[in-house]
Design a protein around this ligand. Sequence first.
Ligand SMILES: NC(=O)c1ccc[n+]([C@@H]2O[C@H](COP(=O)([O-])OP(=O)(O)OC[C@H]3O[C@@H](n4cnc5c(N)ncnc54)[C@H](O)[C@@H]3O)[C@@H](O)[C@H]2O)c1
Length: 250
Amino acid sequence: MSEFAGKTVVVSGAYGGVGVAVVSKLLASGANVCATDLESVVAGRAPSGNSRLVAVGGDVTRSADVDRIFAAAEDAFGEVDILISNAGYIVSKSVHDTSEEEWDQVLNANAKSLFLMARRALPSMMRRKSGAIVATGSISSVVGLPEQAAYCAAKGALLQLVRQMAVDYAARNIRVNAVGAGSINTPFLTRYLDGMDDPSAAEMAIKAAHPLGRWAEPSEIADAICYLASPASSFITGQILMADGGYSAR
Ligand SMILES: NC(=O)c1ccc[n+]([C@@H]2O[C@H](COP(=O)([O-])OP(=O)(O)OC[C@H]3O[C@@H](n4cnc5c(N)ncnc54)[C@H](O)[C@@H]3O)[C@@H](O)[C@H]2O)c1
């Protein structure tokens, strides 16, 4: 497959569960990929040996780091055609238990990161009248979930920014979309379950809440993300594609 041949793609959260699946699919489809994740995560990785992949450490909630990440992508492959804003972080608490610091961390990791990365990506896309931005949202973008105060607010903000940017930049042929992921079998979910009083009961409850009766594998979410990044979705912008096993259809 060469769907993304010659395209330069920046992927954040690239070494988490979904990120790894997205990067692998993009590479298999011919893309040049700048894979970025926290410095501490990227530092532990051996070089890939793939000339179409660069790994760059950085915190996507900081504009200086975002600038550095994009500069590395441009140095390696040229201007960025596609942004996959996938980094995310959850604190599972209700409002009365959430500290100001936790609120800021969650809002920044999920929503400010999209703002900063899109702000850096857009001028070049506007100049070239071409681009695609895909953000990893959640069922928490569209429904309230128990004990996810900051996370629901953050993923809701992400979705509204996606819609807003879709309207602002459509005339320059830049599409902006989100994937509304249900629960996914990644370290993110494992950490969430580990914080529960009864993780196996929580696992069963989560699976039962999805009409398909299971949670997603990372590759299933990567497929939805790559679809929205690809020409196959050329008339789709400002949308959230719910890849949630039917959760939000009830
Ligand atoms: N796993 C789930 O059940 C689930 C469900 C719905 C949505 N999501 C979303 O999917 C996306 C991918 O999550 P995942 O399941 O692969 O989780 P993950 O924890 O495996 O990966 C997330 C990655 O984001 C990185 N990251 C977090 N904050 C960052 C920052 N400030 N700067 C740079 N990198 C940062 C982490 O280091 C990590 O590698 C996230 O946006 C998450 O909110 C996950």
